[in-house]
Every structure is written in C-alpha cells, then in structure tokens.
Design a protein around this ligand. Structure first.
Ligand SMILES: Cc1cc2nc3c(=O)[nH]c(=O)nc-3n(C[C@H](O)[C@H](O)[C@H](O)COP(=O)(O)OP(=O)(O)OC[C@H]3O[C@@H](n4cnc5c(N)ncnc54)[C@H](O)[C@@H]3O)c2cc1C
Length: 277
C-alpha cells in the first residue's frame, strides 16, 4: 500500500511556504529540550516535552513534524509566528517515539554540517525552547505484505526505525542504510526478520546515494510483491527509483519514494515523492 501525497493545500499547510488555506491551523506547540543522547558521532537524540504536546499523536510510521528554531539572538522562537514564506527557520523531522502519557517526543538529528536545524542540534541544551507543528502523514505499513525493502540514508533512519517497529513478525525486511561512516552503526530492531547492511558514504555529501545504488545492484532479484520504501537525498531518490524500474524490473506501484533533503538546497520541501522520475 502506498501513501498518497498530501493535497497541495495540506502540504502547504504544514510546510508554511504558501498562502494559508482557509482552514484554521493549530497553533505551533511550545516544547522544551528535556534530554539529549549522543547516539553516534553524527546523530543526536533530543527529547522534547511540554504540556502543549497534549493530543500530538502520529497515526502512521514515518510521519513527520515541523520544528521551528530560534533565530540568531532569540532565546526562543516568536509566537505568533511572523507571517510570510520562509519568515521562520522551520525544518522537517520525524517523531521517532511519542509518549503521550508523559508528553514527550524523541527526535533524532543528523549533524550534517551547515543549516539552522543541524546547527541547533549540535549545540542543544536542556531547557531550550522550540515550536513544533504536525504531525504530517506517514507510510501506512501493509501488514499483509511479507517482503519489504527499505532503502534509506541517515536522515531517514528515524523514519525507518518507526517502520521496522510496525512490521509484523511474519514479514521479512531487507534494509540498506547509508550513513557517513561505520562509526554510525548501532543495533536496530524489528519484530520482522531483519537483514541489515550499513553503507558508509564518507564525509562528502556529493556522494549521496552512490553506496545505496551500488548495494542495490548487488541484491538478488526483487520479488514483485516486495514493498519498497526509499527515502534519501532527492536526486539520489530519483536515480534509485529509475534504477529500480528501468533495470531491476520493479513496478512503480511497489515504490514509495521520499526526498528527505536536497544537495545544495536549504529547507527542501516535506512533500517530495519523486513522482516525476
Ligand atoms: C518527511 C521528512 C522527515 C525527516 N526526518 C528527519 C529526521 O528525523 N532526522 C534528520 O536528521 N533529518 C530528517 N529529515 C531531513 C531534514 O529535514 C533535512 O536534512 C533538513 O534540510 C535539515 O535542515 P538544516 O537546517 O540542518 O539544513 P538546511 O538549511 O535545510 O540545508 C543546509 C545545507 O545542508 C544540506 N543538508 C541538509 N540536510 C542534509 C543531510 N541530512 N545530509 C547532508 N547534507 C544535508 C543541504 O543540501 C544544504 O546545502 C526529514 C525530511 C523529511 C522530508
């Protein structure tokens, strides 16, 4: 089962990049950093908490939220948000674990270098304030499917973890995961039978997707019933989609693609499904 892209109005509503639709949006929720965990050299798990998280409950794996970061010189973002496209530093992240009973959400940040989100995560401290919007739609796992192939880079690792957790024990899942270096490797778990390959890209982000492409070419034939979730750098996602369809005999309907970031582009949109590829 593939998730339909949100309607333009829905996408714009959460992205904040286009004129506001007529429907009233929920105001952003104020959250504070309550825990910081160093998962690996390039990955920080930051727990956000606050009374305003009441009712924040994503309904599918690989859903997303928007985080609004303070501007230079601000202690916390302004509310109400300033009007206009790009008036605030807002970026898209994955609610990795949501604990409604204690009003907490965990978000894993890749420290990739420049950018308000990566920079903020690298300096994050307990008590700092962000605003949070969402959740946006996710990837409803087809519980009747027995074969899954997940192709992702580090930005989509949190999304992949939520998918792994949602798979039934009856399923088999092959995961190809591209990260900066072998130091990023850590145990991942799923009720399904998991085969996992970590692929090191190196520090040069221009190589995004190349290790995934190489490893994909070495896999055995992909069965027609396999459900494929592909999330990584946007141009790499398109190349890999084409590789799957043109060379590996996969049908388009088997693939759900997501461009999670784009080389050289600030704040890539949250609704890039690569359907043009
Ligand atoms: C649905 C969805 C869920 C996402 N969930 C997560 C998540 O849980 N954790 C996570 O870390 N990211 C996640 N991302 C990706 C994240 O939104 C982008 O990486 C975002 O651009 C980070 O913002 P920034 O301010 O750090 O960089 P930006 O200001 O957007 O970009 C600055 C520069 O950094 C580059 N860049 C951006 N991201 C990366 C990257 N990952 N690796 C290398 N270079 C990069 C850009 O090409 C640009 O040149 C998700 C994206 C989507 C669409």
């Amino acid at each position: 089962m593939s998730n339909p892209p949100p309607t333009p109005a829905k996408a714009a509503a959460i992205d904040g990049a286009s004129p506001a639709p007529a429907r009233k949006r929920r105001p952003p929720r104020r959250v504070e950093v309550s825990r910081i965990e160093v998962l690996s050299p390039a990955m920080r798990r930051i727990t956000l908490t606050g009374a305003e998280l009441q009712g924040f409950e994503p309904t599918a794996p690989a859903s997303y939220l928007k985080l609004i970061f303070p501007e230079p010189g601000q202690r916390e973002p302004t509310r109400p948000l300033p009007e206009g496209p790009r008036a605030v530093s807002m970026r898209t992240y994955t609610p990795l674990a949501v604990r409604p009973d204690v009003l907490e959400v965990d978000v894993d940040f890749v420290l990739h270098g420049e950018g308000p989100a990566s920079g903020w995560a690298a300096q994050a401290q307990i008590g700092q304030v962000l605003y949070l919007m969402g959740p946006g739609p996710g990837y409803p796992v087809d519980a009747s499917a027995t074969q899954h192939l997940l192709l992702a880079d580090d930005s989509a690792l949190p999304a992949v973890e939520t998918i792994l957790a949602a798979l039934p024990a009856s399923a088999r899942v092959q995961l190809l995961l591209e990260v900066i270096s072998a130091a990023e490797e850590r145990p991942l778990h799923s009720p399904a039978a998991l085969t996992l390959q970590w692929l090191a890209r190196g520090a040069d982000h221009r190589a995004a997707g190349l290790p995934l492409e190489k490893a994909l070419r070495s896999l055995p034939a992909i069965a027609p019933e396999t459900k494929i979730y592909l999330a990584c750098e946007a141009a790499a996602m398109r190349r890999i989609r084409q590789l799957l369809v043109d060379e590996l005999g996969v049908s388009r309907g088997q693939i759900v693609g997501r461009g999670y970031w784009k080389l050289g582009v600030v704040n890539h949109p949250d609704h890039d499904y690569g359907d043009d590829a």
